[in-house]
Design a protein around this ligand. Structure first.
Ligand SMILES: C[S@@+](CC[C@H](N)C(=O)[O-])C[C@H]1O[C@@H](n2cnc3c(N)ncnc32)[C@H](O)[C@@H]1O
Length: 249
């Protein structure tokens, strides 16, 4: 799988975006679209760097335990694949998982899946996970639990206050959260206009995770008992985790 030559001059595109964003003639709507494009250009560059290091689209070694989209949360003994540094391997997982067939024992991710588009990339990711896992291997997936916020609507002020405290107290958007419905909105489109991170593109609950992984060929998709030695402790609250198994040999 050789990397393709770029179809556009990425450096020139970047310059055009920068110029347009600096211009007072650029309208708010166009600026939003350009910021999203600038973000994708950065991700594209990271992915190309990963492709240059792994021109066959597969890593040379075969990590048994892999985290996808770990960001700053590293797990001892896990190989971290992320589209943004720092990562053991820079790779845009929307393009596939750069690992060999039947090679992985545990694949872990949390608060990653909701950042890729559904159905194309989420279903592709689930199929790729099935391909790289060894027979009997497991994929553990945690996401913000959309059912949690929806089931609590309409919520008493103390409920909203707890969520604000736990999830948004250190965020720039804090001043814009006025009602519980704002919190529901953030589960569905968080970081929509963030310069670094891709936004939430799809919301999940237990049923949707089961459906996604079952369709990809996994069996026994079950709730995962939260293990803080692996998972990020701050994700425990109002997240939903499942563990899905690839049928054994
Ligand atoms: C909200 S952060 C979660 C970080 C960490 N898992 C945690 O729970 O603290 C989402 C992570 O997914 C990564 N990510 C998003 N889209 C990705 C993609 N297409 N390929 C690989 N990683 C991606 C981001 O770079 C980021 O590190």
């Amino acid at each position: 799988m050789q990397p393709h030559a770029p179809v556009v001059d990425i450096d020139a595109l970047s310059d055009h975006i920068e110029q347009a964003l600096a211009s007072p003639a650029t309208t708010h709507g166009l600026a939003r679209a350009l910021r999203a494009l600038a973000k994708e250009v950065t991700l594209y560059r990271h992915h190309r760097a990963g492709e240059r290091a792994n021109p066959d689209g597969r890593t040379d070694h075969k990590p048994r335990r892999v985290q996808i989209g770990g960001g700053g949360h590293r797990i001892t003994g896990f190989h971290n694949i992320d589209i943004v540094p720092p990562a053991d391997l820079l790779w845009d997982v929307r393009e596939g998982i750069p690992l060999h067939d039947d090679s992985v024992e545990t694949l872990f991710s949390e608060h990653f899946l909701e950042h890729i588009d559904y159905p194309r990339s989420a279903k592709h990711y689930a199929r790729e996970a099935h391909r790289v896992l060894a027979p009997g291997g497991r994929i553990i997936t945690g996401v913000p639990d959309a059912a949690y916020v929806l089931n609590h609507y309409p919520a008493p002020p103390e409920q909203a206050a707890e969520m604000i405290e736990r999830w948004y107290s250190k965020r720039d958007c804090l001043g814009d959260i006025n009602t519980y419905l704002d919190l529901i909105n953030y589960v569905f489109r968080d970081q929509d206009d963030d310069p670094t991170y891709t936004p939430h593109l799809w919301a999940y609950d237990h049923e949707k995770l089961v459906s996604l992984f079952t369709e990809a060929g996994f069996t026994s998709v079950e709730p995962w008992p939260f293990d803080p030695t692996m998972a990020n402790p701050k994700r425990r609250w109002a997240s939903v985790y499942v563990v899905a198994r690839k049928p054994g040999a």
